[in-house]
Design a protein around this ligand. Structure first.
Ligand SMILES: Cc1cc2nc3c(=O)[nH]c(=O)nc-3n(C[C@H](O)[C@H](O)[C@H](O)COP(=O)(O)O)c2cc1C
Length: 170
């Protein structure tokens, strides 16, 4: 069974609300199919290494974990506190040159373009690390700008539609 995990990291709850919306969208489209979806705060993943292990494939060797990472960038270009452990583990896998080609991932980043030097730094960095580890980007990563709320809503809705299309076609 395919498992979609919406993993989120949020400082104030703003991004958590969007993660919840995404979860509900995915849930309404997986109900009829052979798939499952969970909404998980990044600081409450039960077995983090299991996420990245090769065991995350089904009996036919097909990857069945789909990580949808929803995260803001906070002060200094860093991830919020609840995402620190997860971020550190991904960084470790990356710096050790691991390959995660069995894993499917997508990143939805939230940032503010006022912070031009560190705009969406967390989302962009996670996307880059997963790509370099050969993980499969099942839906194109998207970076949203909270400085422009109407554009942000449009971008969010488009991302949700792309996810639904993916789920409907697999
Ligand atoms: C103190 C502070 C620092 C921030 N620093 C950055 C930053 O460096 N880069 C960026 O893209 N966005 C930055 N942002 C914008 C946040 O990513 C944005 O407000 C986001 O919606 C926060 O969501 P959250 O509260 O759910 O984590 C910052 C926001 C605050 C309040």
């Amino acid at each position: 069974m395919k498992q979609f995990l919406v993993l989120f990291a949020s400082a104030t709850g703003f991004v958590a609300d969007y993660a919840q919306q995404l979860y509900e969208v995915i849930q309404s489209h997986t109900r009829q199919s052979n798939a499952d979806v969970q909404l998980v705060p990044m600081d409450s993943i039960e077995n983090m290494n299991q996420l990245f292990s090769e065991q995350s494939v089904d009996a036919h060797g097909k990857p069945y974990i789909y990580l949808s990472l929803v995260t803001s960038t906070t002060e200094g270009g860093k991830i919020s506190e609840m995402g620190e452990d997860f971020y550190g583990i991904v960084e470790k896998h990356f710096s050790e040159g691991e390959m995660l080609s069995h894993l499917h991932f997508s990143v939805l980043g939230f940032g503010h373009s006022h912070y031009s030097d560190t705009y969406n730094q967390v989302g962009r960095t996670l996307a880059q690390w997963f790509r370099q580890m050969n993980a499969q980007e099942f839906v194109d990563c998207k970076m949203l700008d909270v400085a422009n709320p109407s554009q942000m809503e449009d971008d969010f809705n488009q991302y949700a539609r792309e996810l639904i299309n993916y789920i409907s076609n697999t």
